[in-house]
Design a protein around this ligand. Structure first.
Ligand code: MN
Length: 411
C-alpha cells in the first residue's frame, strides 16, 4: 500500500497510519487525516463522494470536535479510515489532478490543528511499575517502594479536563504553596520544580450506562484510539499538597496532547504481551493475550538558545497494567465513561536510567543534573524550554506515529 502523496521513511504518517485530527481556518473547522506532510480535509472528501456507501450524517466532518464522529461507532469510523487508505493510494480515487488542485490537501505546516475532543472527564493512572518504584524509593521507603495495593489494582486519580491543550499551546509556570526543605511555614510563589510526565492516553469511543461495568474482554471495543500525553507536574507543590488525597494543584494547571489520535486498528501490528503479573490479579482484571503495544517514546528538551537534547527513550510496552485492565477497573463499581473521555497511562518509565519518563526520576530528585549541549544544566524544566514528546513504530511498510506533543514554558 503506497500513497501518491510523498512520505519519507522518517514520517509518522505513512498510509498505514491514517490518524484523525481537527484543523481550523478562521471559523471553518474540519476533521482531517494526514499522509506525509499533507493534511487531508475529510469534509471535502465527503463532498466529493469518497465515502459513498458509508452512512454518515451531513456536517459530521465540520463539527468543532471529533466526538460526534467517534460516537458513530467503530464500524463507521473504521470504514472511513479504510476508505481513505484506498482513496489515497497510488491510482486510488483521489489520485487525479482535479482533486490535487483543490483545498482538499493542505500543507501540514499551514494547518492550524486544534484540540480534537470535547473531553468531559480525564483520569490519570499510575501504571508503570518502574515509575511507581522510583517515586516510592525517592519519597518513601527504598525497601518497600510499592504500596501494598499497587500490584492488585491499577492506581489512578480523577484529573482536570479543562486545562488539557493541544500541542503547540504554551504552558505558564504555575504558582502555588510549597514547604521548602527545612522551613516551618509554607511559601507561596512560582514552582521551582516544573516537570513533564511522559504518558499515553486513550480516548473513550463507546459509552457504558451508569451502573454497568465494562467487562474486561469487551474493553477494547470502548477504546477509539491513543494520543501522546504530557501530564505537566509541579513537584514542590505536589510534595506539600498530596497527602492524603493525592495530586491536586500540582497537576491541574496544564496537560498537553498530540493533535493526532491514532486508532487502535492502526496500532494492531504493534501488539505485544505485557510484563508478567504476580501475584495473580482478581478475576475481573484477568485477561490473556497481547494487550500491550510496542510504541517507541522519546522526550526532547529544546532550550531558548536552540540547544536540544533527547533526555528520555522509553516504550509504551513497559506498562504493568494494560488499558483493558485500567478500563475494567475504572468501571467495575458502575462508573460510566463517555465519548471523548481521556484515560492517561501514568508516567511511562523503563528499567534503564535513560528510559525514565520524568525529570524527577531522570535527575533523581535534582541530584543528577542533565548537561545540555550549550553547557547549561537541567534538573527540572526552565522558562523558555520546549518539551517535545514523540511516539512511533515501524510496520515494515511505513511508520505509524503521533507527530509531536510539544509545549513551550512561559514564566
Ligand atoms: Mn501523571
Amino acid at each position: 500500500m503506497k500513497s501518491f502523496i510523498p512520505v519519507t521513511p522518517e514520517s509518522d504518517f505513512s498510509l498505514m497510519n491514517i490518524p484523525f485530527g481537527l484543523f481550523r481556518a478562521g471559523d471553518y473547522y474540519a476533521v482531517c487525516t494526514r499522509v506525509g506532510d499533507t493534511v487531508i480535509d475529510l469534509s471535502i472528501c465527503h463532498n466529493i463522494d469518497v465515502f459513498n456507501g458509508i452512512e454518515l450524517p451531513s456536517g459530521i466532518f465540520n463539527e468543532k470536535t471529533l466526538n460526534p464522529f467517534i460516537s458513530l461507532g467503530k464500524a463507521v469510523t473504521s470504514a472511513v479510515r479504510s476508505r481513505l487508505q484506498e482513496a489515497l493510494s497510488v491510482g486510488g480515487y483521489l489520485d487525479a489532478d482535479i482533486f490535487k488542485s483543490s483545498a482538499l490537501m493542505i500543507p501540514a505546516a499551514e494547518a492550524e490543528m486544534v484540540l480534537p475532543l470535547n473531553i468531559g472527564d480525564y483520569t490519570d493512572f499510575y501504571s508503570s511499575r518502574e515509575h511507581a518504584t522510583n517515586v516510592g524509593k525517592m519519597f518513601r521507603d527504598p525497601a518497600n517502594a510499592l504500596l501494598p495495593n499497587w500490584l492488585h489494582l491499577p492506581v489512578g486519580y480523577h484529573g482536570r479536563a479543562s486545562s488539557i491543550t493541544v500541542s503547540g499551546t504554551p504552558v505558564v509556570r504555575p504558582s502555588g504553596q510549597t514547604m521548602p526543605e527545612g522551613a516551618t511555614t509554607p511559601h507561596f510563589g512560582k514552582t521551582k520544580q516544573l516537570d513533564f510526565e511522559l504518558e499515553m492516553a486513550f480516548v473513550i469511543g463507546k459509552e457504558n450506562p451508569l451502573g454497568r461495568p465494562i467487562p474486561i474482554e469487551e474493553a477494547e471495543d470502548y477504546i477509539f484510539g491513543l494520543m501522546l500525553f504530557n501530564d505537566w507536574s509541579a513537584r514542590d507543590i505536589q510534595k506539600w499538597e498530596y497527602v492524603p488525597l493525592g495530586p491536586f494543584l500540582a497537576k491541574n494547571f496544564a496537560s498537553t496532547v498530540s493533535p493526532w489520535i491514532v486508532t487502535l486498528e492502526a496500532l494492531e501490528p504493534f501488539r505485544v504481551k505485557g510484563p508478567e503479573q504476580k501475584p495473580e490479579v482478581l478475576p475481573y482484571l484477568n485477561i490473556d493475550g497481547k494487550r500491550n503495544y510496542d510504541i517507541h517514546l522519546s522526550v526532547e528538551i529544546l532550550s531558548n538558545s536552540g540547544s536540544k537534547k533527547t533526555v528520555c527513550r522509553s516504550n509504551f510496552r513497559y506498562m504493568y497494567w494494560n488499558m483493558c485492565q485500567q478500563l475494567a477497573h475504572h468501571t467495575v463499581n458502575g462508573c460510566n465513561v463517555r465519548i471523548g473521555d481521556l484515560m492517561a497511562s501514568g508516567t511511562i518509565s523503563g528499567e534503564t536510567e535513560d528510559s525514565f519518563g520524568s525529570m524527577l526520576e531522570l535527575c533523581w530528585k535534582g541530584t543528577k543534573p542533565i548537561q545540555m549541549p550549550d553547557g547549561t544544566q537541567r534538573t527540572f524544566i526552565e522558562d523558555g524550554d520546549t518539551v517535545i514528546m514523540r511516539g512511533w513504530n515501524d510496520t515494515g511498510y511505513g511508520r505509524i506515529g503521533f507527530g509531536e506533543c510539544s509545549a513551550n514554558v512561559l514564566p
